[in-house]
Design a protein. Sequence first.
Length: 91
Amino acid sequence: MYAEYTPDFVIMDIAMPTYDGIYGLENIRKLNPNATVIILTGNSDKAINQKIIQLSPTRILEKPYPVEKLVSVLKSIKNSTSYPDVMRILS
């Protein structure tokens, strides 16, 4: 899906049907090592968390989190890089 749409950024949960987020992040990194990827996780498994860290997501948000935290992360990303659509949505 990433290759088809080449989004400015990806927000992805680790727990997903069919493919998990680690598989998704691995494949995104193969296509674009510099992709902006925000990982959402409620996982407490140390091995899985270590694998996530090795894949260097842009940000990791641990569940549960207030929606304001996600908005804050998106604003931070918007301010560090030019994402006009995010700027419009968050303004």
